[in-house]
Ligand binder design. Sequence first.
Ligand SMILES: Cc1cc2nc3c(=O)[nH]c(=O)nc-3n(C[C@H](O)[C@H](O)[C@H](O)COP(=O)(O)OP(=O)(O)OC[C@H]3O[C@@H](n4cnc5c(N)ncnc54)[C@H](O)[C@@H]3O)c2cc1C
Length: 418
Amino acid sequence: MQPAHYPVVVVGGGQAGLSMSYYLHQAGIDHVVFEKHSAMHVWHDRRWDSFCLVTPNWQCQLPGFDYAGAAPHGFMRKDELNEYLAAFKRAVAAPLREGVAVLRVAPLPGGGYGVSTAAGEFTADQVVVASGGYHLPVIPRLAERLAGDIVQLHSEEYRNAASLPAGGVLVVGTGQSGAQIAEDLHLAGRRVFLAVGKAPRCARFYRGKDVVDWLAEMRYYDMPVNAHPLREGVRDNTNHYVTGRDGGRDIDLRKFALEGMELYGVLSDADRENLYFKENLRENLDAADAVYNGINASIDNYIEKHAIDAGAPSVYMPVWEPAAERSRLNLREAGIGAIIWCIGFTADFSWLDAAVFNGRGQPQHVRGVTAQPGLYFLGLPWLHTWGSGRFSGVARDARYLAECIQSHREAATRVAAT
Ligand SMILES: Cc1cc2nc3c(=O)[nH]c(=O)nc-3n(C[C@H](O)[C@H](O)[C@H](O)COP(=O)(O)OP(=O)(O)OC[C@H]3O[C@@H](n4cnc5c(N)ncnc54)[C@H](O)[C@@H]3O)c2cc1C
């Protein structure tokens, strides 16, 4: 029996896959979206209970479905966000096959792609990989050396303080998830130990506006990756920590330290009961504050250049300094019963059998278009702009890919005709 054929197969039913479907539908291009769990499930299944958006609601700009609620400058909580996404899913009405994992995609000798799935074999003229970038939670192998009665979770498994054993909690990592989870535990009254990494931070509000609003006005979010000073290197950057909780505020780890949170540098080693840290807490706090002040200074320049009437400028001054670097923490003595690993994810494209990866195993593409005709990526951080892996930029990228897919079809039709 011949496998069923689709002009386009989309792998993944998150915001990227459904955005792709929206534009393919508009262009009248038949397609299917394979989603191994259920569409948008990550926002239900992989976020903690008090999760809320870090980006302001107005940046929810999914295709045909801009945020239209009463709080464009607010930050949707998990339940509100899931309602918004469920409504988007209904509006797109994509040809979704949920519960169907794509197991292998490989170019066929005569052109097009073979697509093996949990529901059988398919072929496609073109394939869009919209499977996200956060596949495998990173937990360092040194975790295996820790005593077995210490509960260990990855950030995507954390739900709330009450679900952890009593006692202190060590949070490792201060990207967006680590900083917000540490705050969540701190607000719940838990004794928190935090291994502070190299992540930068930014202000929530500055000179009368959300920093995101300023950066949007400064057209930062329109800057393509090839115009960024770091070029494609920016794709490896850790996100700035800040929160949208309770209407939005800064996350200042020094303030937490004043309130009793125990800060350490980067985790470097462990034995059964001890964790060892690099003596770089001061350096990491200073570096995060330097980025914070640097972003504010760029806003100051913009305000000055355009003679904008805004609030007074200010510079963040540290409210706390570490008295000394501490390089060892004994889990028993500190009463720590749980560790939450917040050191990110790695991508897993092992099912994609095509020569479209660079020397570091990362997808190689220009604006999502690979060197393999008819194979595309969508939804990855800085695929094209800052917003590509977020709610604000995925529509623009999906629209562009729909145009590329259409051009590819027209070229194929011309070749067939001649
Ligand atoms: C903790 C956290 C907080 C974030 N906060 C914000 C925020 O405040 N604002 C913002 O704009 N962005 C935020 N983001 C970033 C971004 O919006 C999300 O990562 C978003 O989920 C990316 O959407 P996506 O569709 O590209 O990928 P995903 O949502 O990961 O969707 C990919 C889908 O593909 C499916 N899939 C994977 N492999 C296969 C396969 N082989 N076969 C079939 N299906 C497959 C998965 O099941 C998944 O449903 C956050 C990300 C994280 C991790």
